[in-house]
Design a protein around this ligand. Structure first.
Ligand SMILES: [Zn+2]
Length: 370
């Protein structure tokens, strides 16, 4: 009889650096006339600034626009959607408010040789700089820990911010290229609600972005699952997941679609934002868009403080409350050629796994292709 433990993800204090400035000098290509709003909010920058914020930044002179004919600044009352003349230069002094993350004293390095470095990523921290995370990323923390520049670490794959486990970096571009193309076997552990009713899932992955009214579908996704333990009193199971394709959120979506979601998944769990089983884009009706939009607003509102920053005018948010989910990248096997293979495995099982769980010790013999 297995008893699954009570647990709390990333207990302890959260850390965020004091807000600081980063300067961006953006030259328009001269190919087409874009507005300041578009330049700042589209690729590659995606600063996600509202028109009101842009006006505030112009007012505070944190944002300056230089055109070929004049060095004068656009005034805060100039509409930010007005196309800029060709060859304009946008100077933006971004005030960075990083989102707080749990910060471990040290990252557990599980492998470090041949230009490959592998860590056991804790939950709650993104892999590389994105949106409101820059220093608060595994890439920066690891670079600090081993004394190299963050740019000299090349992430080979992603793990969601809320997921823990094997995370591989290369320390040279050449090794990164080799690692990206070599074949990999990826095994994950998850704690789910209920018991598996099927051992595999091939469903297409439908990604919905309510605020942008956008939808993406990925086909040919495949995951296999196997139950390792079941706790009858909680009606929860520990399962092993084997990935045959590597799309974002794949395991999370497939477990939801099987009716056995990860117990604490804020997106695909039984109370998650995308809790409904969606297997094709035809299921996403106008009414469903509205439901998702209102859920997004609700999630946002729980983090809003109502205060704004005096220096840059952006809204201040409270610290995140969801710091992990029961999904762990447990073992990656890299196969370079017939006789070169590296097996990477985390040293410690996550806190939501049963103690002294020895089932995994004999896994290789037991693992049967389904
Ligand atoms: Zn600020």
């Amino acid at each position: 009889m297995v008893k699954l433990p009570e647990f709390k993800h990333a207990a302890g204090e959260l850390y965020s650096p004091a807000p600081y400035f980063r300067h961006f000098l953006i030259r328009s290509s001269g190919q087409y006339r874009r507005s300041v709003f578009d330049v700042l909010n589209s690729k590659p920058y995606r600063f996600n600034l509202s028109k009101l914020q842009i006006s505030h930044l112009l007012d505070k002179r944190l944002l300056r626009i230089y055109t070929p004919t004049t060095t004068s600044l656009l005034s805060p009352s100039t509409p930010s959607t007005l196309p800029l003349p060709n060859f304009s230069v946008v100077s933006y002094n971004q005030h960075v408010h990083e989102t707080a993350v749990p910060r471990p004293a040290r990252l557990d390095v599980v492998y470090y040789q041949d230009n490959i470095i592998v860590v056991d990523k804790p939950t709650g921290i993104p892999v590389h700089p994105v949106q409101k995370y820059y220093h608060n990323t595994i890439q920066h923390m690891l670079a600090n820990q081993i004394g190299v520049a963050p740019e000299s670490l090349y992430p080979i794959h992603r793990l969601d911010k809320l997921t823990s486990g094997i995370l591989i970096f290369a320390t040279t571009q050449q090794t990164a290229a080799t690692l990206k193309t070599c074949s990999k076997e990826k095994l994950y552990l998850a704690r789910i609600k209920g018991r598996l009713v099927r051992n595999q899932c091939h469903d297409d992955l439908v990604y919905i972005y309510p605020t942008r009214h956008m939808l993406n579908v990925y086909t040919n996704a495949k995951t296999e699952f196997r139950e390792l333990a079941h706790d009858f009193s909680r009606n929860e199971s520990i399962v092993l997941a084997k990935l045959f394709s590597g799309y974002p959120h794949q395991i999370r979506i497939h477990l939801r679609n099987l009716g056995t979601p990860i117990i604490d998944d804020p997106l695909y769990g039984s109370r998650g934002k995308y809790r409904e089983i969606i297997k094709s884009k035809d299921q996403v009706t106008e009414q469903y868009w509205r439901v998702l939009l209102s859920r997004s607003e609700l999630v946002k509102s729980t983090l809003q403080t109502g205060a704004t920053c005096d220096q840059c005018g952006q809204e201040k948010y409270s610290d995140p409350q969801i710091l992990g989910i029961c999904l762990h990248a447990w073992r990656y096997t890299l196969q370079f050629d017939a006789d070169k293979k590296i097996q990477l495995q985390t040293r410690n099982l996550p806190i939501w796994m049963p103690k002294n769980f020895d089932f995994l010790d004999n896994l290789e013999e037991n693992f049967i292709e389904i």
